[in-house]
Design a protein around this ligand. Structure first.
Ligand code: HEC
Length: 161
C-alpha cells in the first residue's frame, strides 16, 4: 500500500516536471510565452480616467505591459495564460495600434463591455480588482468613443451577433 502511494506520487512529480520542460510553444504558437516586447504605436487615451480603467481591466491581455502573476510560469496554467494573452493581443493591442485598426474599436469595446464578455470571466477569478462598476463601464465606453472616434450605429451590418 505504502509502495503504491510512493509510486503514484513519483509518477505525478515526474509528470509535473515533464510538463514544465515540454516545448508546447514550438508546436502550438498560441501557447508560446509572449513576453513584453517594446511598444510600437501606443494608444493615446482621451483622459487619465479612461486610461486608468483600461490599464486596470484590459492591459494584461491587450498591451505589452502585462503583469505576469507567479502562476504564469507554471505549466499547465501558464499555457492558459499565454493562450489568452496571445489571443487578446492579436485582436486588440493598445501598445501597438495602426490607425486603421482603431476604426471599429469604439463599437467593439462597447459591445464586449455591455455584453459582459470582457474582461474574460476566468481572468476576474484571479483579478477581482479588474471588475468594473456600471459607472466605470460607461466611462470606458464613452472614453473609447472619444479615443477611437464615435460609434457609428448605422453601420452594424458586420456585427456578428
Ligand atoms: C484575460 C485576458 C483578457 C482581458 C483581461 C481582456 N481581454 Fe479582451 N480579449 C481577450 C481575448 C483572448 C480575445 C479574443 C477573443 C477570441 O478570440 O474569441 C479578446 C478580444 C477582445 C475584443 C475583440 C472582440 C471582438 O469580438 O471584436 C475586444 C474589443 C476586447 N477584447 C476588449 C477588451 C476590453 C475593453 C477589456 C478590458 C475591459 C478586455 N478586452 C480585457 C482577452 C482578454
Amino acid at each position: 500500500m505504502r509502495r503504491t502511494i510512493v509510486v503514484i506520487v513519483g509518477i505525478a512529480v515526474v509528470g509535473f516536471i515533464v510538463l514544465q520542460v515540454l516545448p508546447v510553444g514550438n508546436w502550438i504558437p498560441r501557447l508560446r510565452y509572449p513576453g513584453n516586447p517594446p511598444a510600437g504605436q501606443a494608444v493615446q487615451w482621451d483622459s487619465a480616467e479612461t486610461e486608468s480603467i483600461v490599464r486596470r481591466a484590459c492591459y494584461d491581455c491587450h498591451s505589452h505591459e502585462t503583469e505576469w502573476p507567479w502562476y504564469s510560469s507554471i505549466a499547465p496554467v501558464s499555457w492558459l495564460v499565454f493562450y489568452d494573452i496571445n489571443g487578446g493581443r492579436a485582436e486588440v493591442n493598445f501598445s501597438d495600434m495602426q490607425p486603421d485598426e482603431a476604426e471599429d474599436l469604439a463599437e467593439d469595446i462597447e459591445d464586449v463591455i455591455s455584453d459582459g464578455e470582457m474582461p474574460l470571466p476566468i481572468y476576474l477569478l484571479m483579478h477581482s480588482d479588474a471588475r468594473l462598476t456600471d459607472a466605470e463601464k460607461q466611462t470606458l465606453i464613452g472614453g473609447a468613443a472619444r479615443t477611437f472616434g464615435a460609434t457609428d450605429h448605422e453601420d452594424r451590418s458586420d456585427a456578428d451577433d
